[in-house]
Design a protein around this ligand. Structure first.
Ligand SMILES: [Zn+2]
Length: 305
């Protein structure tokens, strides 16, 4: 590889990491996106349109499409402060969800508190109308996904600045094969087990090193491990995905995890050298979703008052 190519590779990787990273800081002075010159352009990325909607569609609540290809009508906001939670990165305006998700988080925050987790720091949920996001996630499009920080809520109300600038706790050790024993505590297992044990939860994404630790600590009650799915990243936060609401045919469900606990050799693939330390290849950017790639009803969700 010549020098320019390798330099470009590094720049691309840094750009990708910056975009995909949960540790992105927010700002106290978010700038609105500039108006689009041609919002009707069929080749326009749908994230440009959904990213400019600051309010939910005033329609009955419904999730349309798939977690990574859809949108959300009638979203509600999770209040930024609750008895057992606080919302982080308020400048991102991503504390919106299907009412099922908002109610779920309120209940789950209380349950987490009861198992020794002081409270939830809630990261990204969805945009006001769901849809593809400008930065960060492929999913979170239908209002049924939420990121929760692997940091317990402190015993005080965080300031606006802290909510934009504080970092979540890195629980994976430097070698990426295990959790960091200096950081990991039994309360993490209690929290994640509680999350996975809720019937509304379809699956939870965690770093493979976290899944490995949960497999070690689960003991004889292991059914909940099925829902804990290993995934890249997810070393500072975990990602809760809820089932499609039962009475919403436009919400496309995801196949349930296969029922195995996914421990032991099932995790080997994730710890291969090439997966833990991937070679420095430039990531191939996937073409962004256009409106024509999303369910037709998302056009109505976008256009609604
Ligand atoms: Zn997520």
């Amino acid at each position: 590889m010549n020098r320019i190519t390798s330099l470009l590779t590094i720049v691309c990787q840094i750009a990708t990491l910056t975009v995909a990273h949960a540790q992105d800081r927010g700002t106290l002075h978010p700038q609105p996106l500039l108006p689009l010159a041609n919002p009707k352009d069929p080749n326009l990325a749908a994230k440009e349109l959904f990213g400019r909607k600051m309010q939910p569609a005033r329609l009955a609540a419904r999730s349309v499409g798939f977690y990574s290809n859809g949108c959300l009508a009638g979203a509600v906001a999770l209040p930024v402060n609750g008895a057992n939670w606080q919302v982080m990165r308020l400048s991102r305006n991503r504390n919106w969800g299907h009412p099922n998700l908002v109610r779920f988080l309120e209940r789950f925050a209380q349950k987490a508190h009861k198992v020794g987790w002081n409270g939830l720091l809630v990261g990204d949920m969805s945009q006001p109308r769901g849809g593809p996001m400008y930065t960060g996630h492929a999913s979170h499009q239908v209002g049924l996904d939420a990121d929760i920080w692997l940091t317990p809520m402190p015993n005080r109300e965080l300031t606006r600045k802290e909510r934009e600038e504080m970092s979540a706790t890195m629980v994976v050790a430097e070698a990426r094969r295990d959790v960091d024993p200096k950081v990991w505590k039994p309360s993490y297992t209690a929290l994640l087990k509680t999350a996975a044990s809720q019937p509304e939860v379809q699956r939870i994404f965690v770093n493979p090193a976290i899944k490995k630790e949960l497999c070690r600590e689960a003991g004889s009650d292991r059914g909940w491990l099925t829902k804990m799915r290993p995934m890249w990243g997810h070393d500072h936060h975990f990602h809760i995905r809820l089932h499609c609401p039962t009475d919403e045919p436009e919400c496309r469900p995801q196949e349930s995890p296969d029922g195995g606990e996914g421990c032991g050799t099932d995790l080997d693939w994730w710890f291969r050298e090439a997966i833990i330390h991937p070679p420095p290849e430039p990531p191939k950017p996937r073409p962004p979703l256009r409106m024509a790639d999303l369910p037709l009803a998302c056009g109505q969700v976008l256009a609604a008052p």
